[in-house]
Write a new protein. Structure first.
Length: 41
């Protein structure tokens, strides 16, 4: 029984991690692009 609960908890944690990656990776890429453009000018 405990392993099923652990699996549900792990799946929730994984889904929230993936959801946060979907937002953070493009945001970091945009910030990095802005910094590169500022340095290049």
């Amino acid at each position: 029984m405990e392993s099923r609960q652990d699996m549900k908890s792990a799946n929730r944690m994984y889904e929230s991690f993936i959801a946060s990656l979907k937002w953070s990776v493009p945001l970091i890429a945009a910030i990095a692009a802005i910094v590169v453009i500022l340095i290049a000018t």
